[in-house]
Design a protein around this ligand. Structure first.
Ligand code: GDP
Length: 363
């Protein structure tokens, strides 16, 4: 195929991967192929709708290096439900030199009862540990449109003739946020169109006119350390919560195991009777058993759906954690388990995924 580029965002046109920049359905390459517009730019131009696209780490660095050069306002979106996974340390270099606003998304998934000030205090600690110095932090729910108007007004007041770059890992809700934002400011009857791509500017980004400059949507960086990178759509639906999570609480003694579908095995090794509050989607089956019965259980269910969903990974790893009490074991992409008392646990998991322990976020 001759090399073609989208006139909207400058992405190289491709027909293989819907989730990647520059995609168009193969049928669109028949006949007239002048002034070609990729699927994303088409949706934005005709339906005022942003759809997600993703890039790998290498491609991401390329984009960052070019936006790092201008005096811009950077909006970084984090997923409260996968805080560590969405942190993207790659961004620190960029955001250290530019004004940074952090939007903490998916507030609706965490219990309503959490004290907002306490949560913010705890999060500020996480930001400073990650070398992030935001000038402003908003907690929001993009899908429930909570706090969007406030953010839109803040941006209008603080844009100061700069481009606004929106960055985030894939799945943090960047597209949902941008769609909500577009709706919040397009009551001024402005058409949201992508501007014609200029040679030498960053490729793969979509530019939305905003006051005298642009809001620029960068592709999402795929987080390869979390489950969603390895699950198909059906399995992703099972692990992705849509509303406030009510934890399933298990009282465990050493020698007991929790299965999270077929995704991981959490063994309680040492400690007193302990409370394990599992903040995961209600569709994911959390099953308790005696550790000594694990192998038999696997054998019994080797041909059915008991251990569903599963990743396609062939290599597993087992990691041991010594918990201090009042800590959370983060299962990236699934949620977390809040463990009350000190103890020793092990997690057997797809080798590509990295669970961590953190000081508890809630409660
Ligand atoms: P992107 O990859 O960052 O562009 O993320 P999307 O906007 O495509 O959102 C990823 C997933 O998160 C989708 O299933 C959204 O419905 C969901 N999502 C986005 N914002 C929120 C939110 O505020 N709350 C909840 N519960 N889900 C959200």
């Amino acid at each position: 195929m001759e090399e073609l580029y989208c006139i909207g965002c400058g992405s190289k046109i491709q027909t293989e991967n819907k989730e990647k920049a520059g995609y168009i359905p193969p049928s669109k390459l028949e006949g007239e192929i002048e002034n070609i517009v990729c699927h994303r730019c088409f949706r934005l131009r005709h339906y005022n709708e942003i759809i997600p696209s993703t890039v790998t780490t290498d491609e991401y660095y390329e984009i960052l290096s070019s936006i790092g050069k201008e005096d811009a306002l950077v909006i970084k979106i984090l997923d409260l439900f996968d805080l560590e996974g969405s942190m993207m340390p790659e961004l620190a270099k960029l955001t250290n030199n530019q004004e940074l606003i952090i939007l903490l998304n998916k507030r609706d998934l965490l219990p309503k009862s959490i004290n907002g000030n306490k949560l913010m205090h705890r999060l500020k600690k996480t930001f400073s540990e990650n070398n992030l110095k935001p000038s402003k932090v908003f907690v929001m729910s993009a899908s429930k449109k909570h706090n969007i108007d406030e953010i839109a007004s803040y941006l209008q007041e603080h844009q100061n003739n700069r481009n606004i770059y929106v960055v985030g890992a894939s799945n943090v809700g960047k597209s949902t946020f941008l769609n909500a934002l577009i709706r919040s400011f397009t009551d001024i009857k402005q058409d949201v169109i992508t501007v014609s791509h200029q040679a030498g500017t960053t490729q793969n980004v979509i530019e939305i006119p905003f006051l005298e400059k642009h809001i620029i949507d960068t592709p999402g960086l795929i987080n390869e350390h979390q489950f969603l990178a390895y699950l198909d759509d059906k399995a992703a639906k099972i692990v992705s919560p849509k509303k406030e999570i009510k934890p399933s609480i298990f009282q465990l003694k050493p020698g007991q195991t929790l299965f999270f579908g077929g995704l991981l095995e959490l063994n309680y090794l040492e400690g007193e009777q302990n409370s394990f509050a599992c903040y995961v989607n209600h569709l994911l089956n959390v099953h308790r058993t005696k550790t000594e019965n694990v192998e038999t259980l696997k054998e019994t269910h080797k041909d059915d759906d008991f251990f569903y969903p599963k990743t396609n990974g062939e290599k597993l790893k087992t990691i041991t954690f010594h918990l201090k009490g009042d800590e959370e074991l983060v299962l990236p992409g699934l949620g977390f388990v809040s463990i009350k008392h000190p103890g020793k646990v092990s997690v057997t998991i797809d080798a590509r995924i990295t669970p961590i322990v953190r000081e508890k976020l809630i409660g």
